[in-house]
Design a protein around this ligand. Structure first.
Ligand code: HEM
Length: 497
């Protein structure tokens, strides 16, 4: 996942009272800034792109940074651009994506810069490591997640969460305005915690306060992401050393997560974990180290929570703007499952080709992870001829790729599920043209579970409700963060059908 650097970094830096005070009172400030400038590939670059980036002049024309990047990439001949001041090469060229994620995988790891930033929160979890630690967890996780029993367990949890919480809540709130994004975040957190830990934070029960675990988890991911926005890693490292400001809050949130995770692991050991179905219990058969177990599970929570919520949010936002697609989905639901029947099996889910196409199409235009970076280990040349110096950050950009005519045709900006169907049957695209779940060796391990969640929620909500935007909008505005989220949520009006 990408930690987004923004041109307003200097303001962030100045606005932090604790740190400004500390720095301005000592000559450290000069050496820090000097170090930062030396770290940049070309801090003085005045090319058109870097100038627009540094002065934020791109905001005159574009709502979101990703839209500006998409525009630049679309108009660059090789579909690759350079933000020199960030030392970042960004590509929307499928051949380059295949090269970095598969052909030369070993030369494009996540790298140290990324893992240091998320290290306190994610430890040695799969999301944050390369090499042998990654290989071991990937093997173990793939084995477990591909078991039929694990897939049924996921469907069981999702169906239960929909029936006992999501639907009753929407029925109660009908005719009132509610934020669908917030609801989906609560829903996906409940699902992924139950699946990974066998722990139910009950976030969707709005009558209860958000669980301490969910609050600490949110805070820890937000503050870890914000580390990337500081002027240099030295800034947060010194704050961490002195236990100041946001680093103090982060430490507190992480220690709360650790206490709760350790407690869950202890309880499971006491009760005997071999009969439990959740992922943690399964991993406990292979791993003894409690801290490692905690790290493994926390990565799963991070991977599977906001991504699903983001995908659901943009899916319903698109449907609200495309009633024709909405009614085609309802027709398929009635035809495949029956007008008053519930969705209960994988076989039925597999038959919902138009649902699958609509979900893929929605993520083509609005991928939950809009861009993702690796760090080049040794000098290399991408298939489009771009030279990449060792240490350069190389970013592939699924959001921009969804808007490239060469890949998707002249109607690439239209929401058209039909482009995924051949004679009514869903056909996947080359994953390097559609790296929404990444592709190659580090492809998302929760893809199948995510698709079960997305299709099941879509099916259940469309069956019972009409969902209209309370504030109609044609273009979303995103908040900066690890995963795409709509700034201000999506307030909707819900009516029973
Ligand atoms: C629509 C939902 C989802 C999307 C779009 C998505 C996308 C992605 C992407 C782009 C990556 C690569 C990230 C990186 O390496 O920087 C990834 C990795 C991963 N995802 Fe997902 N994901 C989704 C849901 C899930 C769910 C529900 C789970 C858990 C059950 C999950 C588990 C993982 C794991 C464990 C990895 C790490 C794989 C590795 O490093 O080998 N994901 N996902």
């Amino acid at each position: 996942m990408e930690l987004q650097l923004h041109a307003s970094w200097f303001l962030h830096f100045l606005q932090d009272p604790c740190f400004s005070l500390l720095l301005f009172s000592s000559s450290l400030v000069f050496s820090l800034l000097l170090l930062y400038l030396l770290k940049l590939n070309k801090p003085w670059c005045n090319c058109e792109i870097c100038h627009a980036y540094l002065t934020s002049s791109w905001t005159n024309e574009f709502e979101n940074l990703c839209d500006w990047y998409a525009h630049l990439l679309k108009n660059s001949p090789g579909r690759t651009i350079h933000i020199h001041v960030l030392g970042n090469t960004i590509t929307a060229n499928p051949d380059n994506v295949e090269y970095m994620l598969k052909t030369r995988f070993e030369n494009f790891p996540k790298g140290k810069s990324f893992s240091v930033i998320l290290g306190d929160f994610l430890g040695r979890g799969i999301f944050n490591v390369d090499g042998d630690l990654w290989r071991f967890q990937k093997k173990m996780a793939s084995l477990e997640l591909n078991r039929y029993s694990m897939r049924s367990y996921a469907l069981e949890i999702v169906n239960d969460e929909i029936k006992t919480r999501l639907l009753p809540l929407l029925s109660k709130k009908k005719d009132g305005v509610l934020d669908l994004q917030d609801l989906f975040r609560r829903f996906s957190f409940d699902c992924i915690c139950r699946f990974s830990f066998g722990l139910d934070p009950r976030c969707l029960e709005l009558s209860l306060p958000m669980s301490e675990f969910a609050v600490s988890f949110d805070l820890a991911s937000k503050l870890s992401a914000e580390r990337a926005m500081t002027v240099s890693p030295l800034v947060w490292k010194i704050k961490r050393m002195l236990n100041l400001g946001s680093e103090r809050k982060l430490r507190k949130a992480i220690s709360m997560i650790n206490i709760l995770a350790e407690e869950v692991i202890r309880q499971k050991r006491k009760m005997g974990f071999s009969t439990h179905k959740d992922l943690l219990s399964r991993f406990m058969s292979f791993v003894n180290d409690e801290i490692y177990l905690r790290d493994i599970i926390i990565s799963f929570l991070l991977a599977g929570r906001d991504t699903v919520a983001s995908a659901l949010t943009s899916f319903f936002w698109l449907l609200a703007n495309h009633p024709d697609v909405e009614s085609a989905l309802r027709q398929e639901a009635d035809r495949v499952v029956g007008a008053d029947r519930e969705l209960t099996s994988f076989e039925q889910l597999r038959e919902l080709h138009y649902f699958q196409a609509a979900v893929y199409e929605s993520m083509r235009l609005y991928p939950p992870i809009q861009f993702d970076s690796k760090f080049c280990q040794e000098d290399d040349v991408l298939p489009d001829g771009t030279f990449v110096r060792r240490g350069t950050r190389v970013t592939y950009h699924p959001y921009a790729m969804g808007r490239v005519e060469e890949i998707w045709g002249s109607d690439c900006l239209e929401f058209k599920p039909e482009r995924w169907l051949k004679d009514g049957v869903f056909f996947p695209e080359n994953p390097f043209k559609y790296p929404v779940f990444q592709a190659g060796l580090r492809v998302c391990l929760g893809k199948d579970m995510a698709l079960v969640e997305l299709k099941t929620v879509a099916f259940s909500l469309l069956r019972r409700f009409h969902i209209d935007l309370a504030k109609p909008s044609r273009t979303p505005r995103f908040s900066p963060g690890l995963t795409a989220s709509f700034s201000g949520g999506i307030p909707v009006l819900v009516r029973e059908r």
